[in-house]
Design a protein around this ligand. Structure first.
Ligand code: PLP
Ligand code: COI
Length: 344
C-alpha cells in the first residue's frame, strides 16, 4: 500500500489538480504505439493540429474508488471504452482497442494509487480519457495522427453542496441537433454548451435542461448528465431520445431499479408538459460526475415547477438508488457480475 497524498479529501469539489502520471499513446502511420506512463503533463502539437482547427476530439469520464475492504476498483470501464469507440467512429478518428483501453485505465490508476481517495472520504479519483487529432489539417478533413491520453484528478461532488437539491432551467439553446452528435461524447458538444452554462449561473441556476431540438416539447438531458424522474406511484421514468448521451450511470440505475430493487421503470419519450402537470414526485441528474444529484425545481420561462421532494434533501426513491449504486461502487453491496473492475 502506498501512502496516500495529504489532501483534505472531504473539501474537494470538481476541479482539476495535477497528479503524478498520465497515460499517453500516439497513432501514426495507421497504428497505435504501445503507450507510456509519463510525468509530463504538457501536450506539444503543431499549430495546425486537427483538434485546434476543427475540434476533432472526444473524451470519456470514469472514476476509481477505494472499496470498504481496501481494493481499488473502477466501475464498468468496458462500457466507457465502447462508448469512446462509438465517438471515434462518428468523428472519423481511429479506435483505441477496447481491451487495451481498459489496460491503460488499470496502468494509470495503479501509477496514481496515492491519489485514489480513501474509502468513506467522499472523494474519488476521476479519470479523463481523451483523444484528439494531433497532425496538421487545413482543408476540412480528418487528421492522420492522433493522441490518446488518460489524465486523473481527485474530485468531490460535481455540484456545490453535494447532495443538496439543485435548480435547473429550460435552455433556449440546444445542445444537440436531430441526427447530430448528441449521442457521442464529442468535445464540441460541450464547447457549444458553455454560453448556456455561464448564462444559467449568471441567472442563479445550477444547470440547463435541454428539450428535444426538433420540437422543444420533450425532455432530453442536461449539459453533463442524464435525467431521471420518479412518478408519484414510485415508477422510474427515463427520457428516451436518439440525441442524448447513453449514460453508463443511467443504464446501470435502470438495471438496479428493475432487477435489484423491483421497481417499475419506463424508458420512453417524456413530454415537459408532464412536469407542468405535476406528474413527478422526484427528479435527479445522473452521471459519473453527478452520481445522482437531486433536482428540487425546474424553471421554465418565469415559472418554477417544484418537485414534491423539495429543496432540502433527496427524495426517498432517488436516495434508495443512490445508496445502492454507490454501495456497489464502494463494495458494500454486491452488484451484477462484471460491474466492479478490481485493479488492486
Ligand atoms: N450526459 C452527458 C451530456 C454527459 O456529459 C455525461 C457524462 O459523461 C452523462 C450524460 C453521464 O454519462 P455517464 O453516466 O456515462 O458518466
Ligand atoms: C462525466 O460525468 O464524466 C462527465 O463527463 C460530465 C461532465 C463533467 C462533462
Amino acid at each position: 500500500m502506498v501512502e496516500k497524498k495529504n489532501i483534505d479529501w472531504s473539501s474537494l469539489g470538481f476541479n482539476y489538480q495535477k497528479t503524478d502520471y498520465r497515460f499517453v499513446s500516439n497513432y501514426k502511420n495507421g497504428a497505435w504505439d504501445e503507450g507510456v506512463l509519463t510525468d509530463d503533463d504538457k501536450v506539444v502539437i503543431t499549430e495546425c493540429a486537427g483538434v485546434l482547427q476543427y475540434s476533432q476530439s472526444c473524451f470519456e469520464g470514469l472514476k476509481a474508488y477505494t472499496t470498504k475492504d481496501g481494493h481499488i476498483v473502477t466501475f464498468r470501464p468496458d462500457l466507457n471504452a465502447e462508448r469512446m469507440k462509438n465517438s471515434c467512429e462518428r468523428l472519423e478518428m481511429p479506435v483505441y482497442p477496447v481491451d487495451k483501453w481498459v489496460e491503460a485505465v488499470e496502468k494509470v490508476v495503479r501509477a496514481n494509487e496515492a491519489w485514489v481517495a480513501p474509502y468513506g472520504s467522499g472523494a474519488t479519483l476521476y479519470l479523463r480519457p481523451y483523444m484528439f487529432a494531433s497532425s496538421a489539417v487545413i482543408g476540412v478533413k480528418p487528421a492522420e495522427e492522433y493522441q490518446f491520453r488518460i489524465l486523473t484528478t481527485p474530485v468531490g461532488p460535481y455540484f456545490k453542496g453535494g447532495a443538496k437539491p439543485i435548480t435547473i432551467r429550460i435552455s433556449d439553446y440546444d445542445r444537440a441537433a436531430p441526427h447530430g452528435t448528441g449521442h457521442i461524447k464529442a468535445g464540441l458538444n460541450y464547447a457549444m454548451s458553455l454560453y448556456q452554462i455561464m448564462d444559467a449561473h449568471r441567472n442563479g441556476f445550477d444547470e440547463n435542461l435541454y428539450l428535444d431540438p426538433a420540437t422543444r416539447t420533450k425532455i432530453e438531458e442536461t449539459g453533463g448528465a442524464n435525467v431521471l424522474l420518479v412518478k408519484k406511484d414510485g415508477t422510474i421514468v427515463i427520457p428516451k431520445s436518439p440525441s442524448i448521451l447513453p449514460s453508463i450511470t443511467r443504464r446501470s440505475l435502470v438495471t438496479i431499479a428493475s432487477d435489484m430493487l423491483g421497481m417499475k421503470v419506463e424508458e420512453r419519450e417524456v413530454e415537459f408538459q408532464e412536469v407542468r402537470d405535476g406528474e413527478f414526485a422526484e427528479c435527479g441528474l445522473c452521471g459519473t460526475a453527478a452520481v445522482i444529484s437531486p433536482v428540487g425545481r425546474i424553471f421554465d420561462h418565469g415559472t418554477y415547477y417544484e418537485m414534491p421532494s423539495g429543496m432540502e434533501a433527496m427524495g426517498p426513491v432517488i436516495q434508495k438508488l443512490y445508496d445502492t449504486l454507490t454501495g456497489i461502487q464502494m463494495g458494500t453491496i454486491e452488484g451484477p457480475e462484471g460491474w466492479v473492475h478490481v485493479i488492486d
